[in-house]
Design a protein around this ligand. Structure first.
Ligand SMILES: NC(=O)c1ccc[n+]([C@@H]2O[C@H](COP(=O)([O-])OP(=O)(O)OC[C@H]3O[C@@H](n4cnc5c(N)ncnc54)[C@H](O)[C@@H]3O)[C@@H](O)[C@H]2O)c1
Ligand SMILES: CC(C)[C@H](C(=O)O)[C@@H](O)C(=O)O
Ligand SMILES: [Mg+2]
Length: 356
């Protein structure tokens, strides 16, 4: 089959890791008889530099006319002025919204060989296999923003809004995924303080009671969850949570997997179309040095093959090749241990591609 993928490399290490993921996609194509046509488009800081906006219309059009989108990362110190009107991150938020990608799936698993790459004690990490389902197009990220000046000085506000429909669709999606996994859903919120969280909790409780009574369901306050993720991470199956809590908890959860460079993600909407990206950012501290771990982006292409293209066998081939590369000790510096040499981004990507 022929597939068209829009690649949005973005900034910093984005282009470095996306190049390796594309290399792996072509290896999958060669092995299984598919053609992946890759169309590159601009997003983020590079788009600001070249067009004045973080999300050019041509990029939205390209993403609307393809089978799936593969994204690297956006942002960096060059565009970090807090008073700037145009910011790279607007491109990322804009494309998620424009494509209606309301569900961000962030699976967290730990390869046994990376047990001591994590800062946590190995015995805490045995059997870690959890999925964070992050709501992606609502909440405080998208509410009205204000920055004003009055007689007392400056003030600012970010409004957090969730509608019943937004909560219902993400809870149903997360519960459906829990049913296919270990049957346990945890809603993470801040219902002791926030009205939006109380809305989430009442809607989720009703849906779970009426439609998913075969599942185990509980809830947890987000501050406690941050602690339990480190204390007893293997007790979690599926976590469903709002946009900002999901963002923060998954950076924390990446430490269970050994590195930010290991966590992939899939952003999905109501159809097959999806956007796939590592959870990490543009890592300006290591950009341009060949040090970035490309595995999170490569594992994101496995999710792309699985969810948008329905190619389960090919997705598993990518995941197996990643495991084989870890077993061969071909790893970047962020997860290298003991005597292991820190390999370059390109070496790791090529090693995965050659094992497809
Ligand atoms: N999806 C995205 O595009 C995305 C996500 C997060 C942050 N950002 C942006 O990225 C910029 C930098 O943010 P930050 O430094 O807070 O977060 P970051 O995720 O870019 O980096 C955090 C730390 O993790 C390391 N790291 C990240 N990815 C790695 C990889 N693949 N291999 C090895 N090490 C890796 C970095 O070197 C750094 O030390 C900001 O402009 C931010 O807005 C973008
Ligand atoms: C860069 C930023 C807007 C983004 C987010 O907060 O969603 C990032 O942190 C992520 O996790 O994808
Ligand atoms: Mg984040």
């Amino acid at each position: 089959m022929d597939y068209t993928i829009t690649a949005l490399p973005g900034d910093g290490i984005g282009p470095e890791v996306v190049a390796e993921a594309i290399k792996v996609l072509h290896a999958v194509g060669a092995r299984y008889g598919h053609t992946f046509t890759i169309r590159e488009a601009l997003i983020g800081g590079i788009a600001i530099d070249q067009t004045g906006t973080a999300l050019p219309e041509a990029t939205v059009a390209a993403c609307q006319d393809c089978d799936a989108v593969l994204l690297g990362a956006v942002g960096g110190p060059k565009w970090d002025d807090p008073n700037a009107k145009v910011r790279p991150e607007q491109g990322l938020l804009g494309i998620r919204k424009a494509l209606g990608l309301y569900a961000n799936l962030r699976p967290v698993t730990l390869h046994p060989l990376l047990l001591d790459a994590s800062p946590l004690r190995p015995e805490r990490l045995v059997d870690v296999d959890l999925l964070v389902v992050r709501e992606l197009t609502g909440g405080i990220y998208f509410g009205e923003k204000r920055r004003e000046q009055d007689a007392q000085g400056e003030w600012a506000s970010d409004l957090c809004v969730y509608t019943q429909a937004e909560v219902e669709r993400i809870v149903r999606l997360a519960a459906g995924l829990a049913r296919q996994r270990h049957g346990h859903l945890t809603l993470v919120d801040k219902a002791n303080v926030l009205e939006t969280s109380r809305l989430w909790r009442s809607i989720a409780t009703r849906i779970m009671r009426e439609e998913f009574s075969d599942l185990q369901y509980d809830w947890m306050l987000v501050d406690a969850c941050a602690m339990h993720l480190l204390r007893r991470p293997s007790d979690f199956d599926v976590i469903v949570t709002e946009n900002m809590f999901g963002d923060i908890l998954t950076d924390e959860a990446s430490m269970l997997a050994g590195s930010m460079g290991m966590l992939p993600s899939a952003s999905l909407g109501s159809g097959k179309m999806g956007l796939y990206e590592p959870i990490h950012g543009s890592a300006p501290d290591i950009a341009g040095q060949g040090k970035a771990n490309p595995l999170a982006t490569i594992l994101s292409t496995a999710l792309l093959l699985r969810y948008s293209l329905g190619l389960e066998q090919e997705a598993r081939a990518v995941e197996a090749a990643v495991s084989a590369v870890l077993e061969a000790g071909i790893v970047t510096g962020d997860i290298a241990r003991g005597e292991q040499r820190a390999h370059s981004t390109v070496e790791v990507g090529s090693a995965v591609a050659s094992r497809i």
